[in-house]
Design a protein around this ligand. Structure first.
Ligand SMILES: *Cc1c(COP(=O)(O)O)cnc(C)c1O
Length: 367
């Protein structure tokens, strides 16, 4: 075979709007302390694992058949978990909230349409937007990473986006939005408004959910996931709550049988064990607040966080700090905003390792 036959991506007839784009790429490095993708550090108990194995065993003998295409039992279970008077016909589930968001963009975005988000925020929103040939419009958050309601309304009125993303608590900053900001954005938006509440369970007590705004807002969608507080990132289960008509729209674009029977069974087991799985949230919140206080005590800046991670800085050479931490076995994240790093909240032991690694990085002169 000659070298001329070697094909690289740039030789392929890929869509022009995907040329030069980078894929999502949080490094998956095998180090002792992984604090870079906001997972819950506490694994399921052996009892839960046994229940999962039993549920998978029950499904195994029926794997020659397609799963329930509409995941009726799971959606009813998720609705019961969410409360707010929701029922299964107002809840939709897919393989992670990423797939839920992709389906929203397939149905409400697309060529000639736009989606607007307030950055810095979750990097997958623009990636999924562009993947569905929707144009991404970036609006700015304030210096404290909040969203100014007046400016948000102005940006929405200027661009008239088909989809608006509001992430609360926001990733990578940890910032939760007051409900009036969401209400005013929703009132101004001509299209769909997606409130990404992936980290809602970690919000400080009293933080209201956008679920309370669903009645009377048929163009509002609230997304959640089992990947973070629920400690089930490997299961790939995300979900949303919205008006039943929104779910009818998603049925038009979803793949048939998109949620495997094994995934549906695992998610039902997770729901049955919700007390155990969510039982670590208080511990993680306390560890988060302690981490913010410790970083500030060291003279660093740390953003207030309603999530299970902390954005901290500011570093003129954050790469040097990231590498100094990695050299000590601690993997953190270099998120969107330059000069900042993001650390996911791990176990008490892992956070002690993070603090020790930070001390080491400071002594070395990296931080
Ligand atoms: C982690 C995260 C998600 C979760 O994605 P899944 O596909 O459910 O694992 C969604 N939104 C934000 C803002 C996140 O940080």
């Amino acid at each position: 075979m000659g070298a001329a036959l070697v094909t690289s991506l740039s030789d392929l007839p890929i869509r022009g709007d995907l040329r030069g784009r980078s894929p999502y790429g949080a490094p998956q490095i095998d180090v002792p302390v992984r604090l870079n993708t906001n997972e819950n550090p506490y694994p399921p108990s052996p009892e839960l694992a046994d229940d999962l194995a039993r549920a998978v065993r029950e499904q195994a003998v029926g794997l020659n058949r397609y799963p329930d295409r509409d995941a009726v039992e799971l959606r009813a279970g998720l609705a019961g978990f969410l409360g707010h008077g929701l029922s299964g016909d107002r809840v939709w589930a897919a393989n992670g909230s990423n797939e839920v968001i992709q389906q929203i963009l397939q149905a409400f975005g697309g060529p000639g349409r736009t989606a607007l988000g307030f950055e810095p925020s979750y990097s997958m929103h623009p990636i999924l937007t562009r993947g569905t040939a929707t144009e991404w419009i970036s609006a700015a958050r304030e210096d404290d990473f909040g969203i100014d309601a007046g400016k948000a309304v102005a940006a929405i009125e200027e661009h008239r986006p088909d989809v608006v993303f509001l992430t609360s608590p926001n990733n990578p900053t940890g910032t939760a939005l007051p409900l009036p900001v969401i209400e005013r954005a929703a009132a101004a938006a001509p299209g769909m408004v997606v409130v990404d509440e992936a980290y809602f369970e970690f919000a400080r007590t009293g933080t209201p959910s956008a679920l309370t705004l669903l009645p009377g807002n048929p163009r509002l969608i609230v997304t959640r996931t089992m990947s973070k507080a629920f400690a089930m990132a490997g299961t790939r289960l995300g979900y949303l709550a919205a008006h039943p008509a929104v779910i009818e729209a998603l049925l038009l674009v979803r793949l048939p049988y998109h949620l495997s029977s094994l995934t549906q069974a695992a998610a039902l087991v997770a729901l049955a064990h919700r007390a155990e799985l969510l039982g670590t949230v208080d511990r993680l919140r306390a560890e988060r607040d302690a981490t913010v206080a410790w970083l500030r005590g060291k003279g660093l800046t740390a953003a207030d966080s309603d999530a299970n991670f902390v954005l901290f800085g500011r570093f003129s050479d954050r790469r040097a700090v990231w590498e100094a931490l990695l050299a000590r076995g601690v993997l953190v994240r270099e998120p969107g905003p330059p000069e900042w790093l993001r650390v996911s909240i791990g176990t008490g032991e892992e956070m002690a390792a993070f603090r020790a690694a930070m001390e080491g990085a400071v002594m070395e002169g990296a931080a």
